[in-house]
Design a protein around this ligand. Structure first.
Ligand SMILES: Nc1ncnc2c1ncn2[C@@H]1O[C@H](COP(=O)(O)OP(=O)(O)O)[C@@H](O)[C@H]1O
Ligand SMILES: [Mg+2]
Length: 259
């Protein structure tokens, strides 16, 4: 099941440093939203607030609200561990557990959540998740081999399988293709396009062609200068951001004039 995310008046801090200021954004369910903008403008920082990964760093905190289908993820009594099962994350570098088998990698997140699961149910979940990650046909005959034996692109799809095995409602991806070759990148982009039938997908990318190819909506973030906070400048349909941006800064960025 896929859920929407509504962010209200969000400020994101590292200690006293305000890294991202006053974000308001409504991310639709069953869609792909891309975050673009120059390096250091806070895309990763903001993304990590959407599943409470930001606050794992000492001194890191937020002000404001992030609502998942109306429920504030930062509300009193909300368990961040539960939030992370609802809002999964895929990182820049594929990070399968190297010595763990492909099968156990898929199940790693589920086991971390202390879910008891029978062998039959686990087999079914492994297959479903790998099918969902467009990886099943490539690995079905070597599920007991280590995840590290896969190519970079396959490892990233394995990480996506691990994320979807937990049955999240939202999947966050931080530059998931930046360590991949072009063919693997296309495989992951195809997968992202399929994932939105079931999940809300948010992807940070520095590749504007990729944002244009995979996303329905695009958010452009920018920063006025070093030490200044990043801000959300414009959020709209991807086609408008690229063809008819409302802000000069967006136009300069998407036309390659800076960043
Ligand atoms: N762990 C951290 N501690 C302190 N400051 C950080 C940390 N990570 C990022 N920052 C700062 O937050 C700002 C936004 O960084 P980041 O979110 O990584 O930007 P982007 O992903 O858009 O390149 C930058 O000024 C960066 O130096
Ligand atoms: Mg980043």
């Amino acid at each position: 099941m896929s859920k929407r995310i509504d962010v209200k008046d969000l400020n994101v801090y590292y200690g006293n440093f305000l890294a991202v200021e006053d974000v308001n954004i409504n991310i639709q369910a069953k869609s792909v939203t891309a975050f673009i903008g120059p390096s250091g403008c806070g895309k990763s920082t903001f993304l990590r607030t959407l599943n409470r990964m930001h606050e794992v760093l000492p001194g890191a905190r937020v002000e404001g609200e992030v609502l998942l289908d109306g429920d504030n993820l930062y509300g009193a009594g909300v368990d961040p561990v539960t939030v992370r099962t609802q809002v999964g994350m895929v990182f820049q570098r594929p990070n399968p557990f190297p010595t763990m088998s492909i099968r156990d990698n898929v199940l790693a997140g589920v086991k971390l959540n202390n879910k008891k699961i029978s062998k039959g149910a686990a087999d079914a979940l492994v297959e479903k998740s790998l099918v969902g990650a467009n990886l099943w046909n490539e690995v079905k005959d070597r599920l007991d081999k280590p995840g590290s034996g896969l190519s970079g692109g396959q490892q990233q799809r394995l990480c996506i399988a691990r994320a979807i095995a937990v049955e999240p409602q939202v999947i966050l991806m931080d530059e998931p293709c930046s360590a991949l070759d072009p063919i693997s990148t296309l495989a992951v982009e195809d997968l992202i396009n399929e994932l939105k039938d079931q999940y809300t997908v948010v992807i940070v990318t520095h590749n504007m062609q990729q944002a244009a190819r995979v996303s329905d909506k695009t958010a452009f973030f920018n920063i006025a200068g070093t030490g200044k906070p990043g801000k959300l400048i414009e959020f709209a349909d991807t086609t408008s951001i690229f063809n008819n941006p409302g802000q000069k800064a967006t136009e300069d960025y998407v036309s390659g004039r800076f960043g």
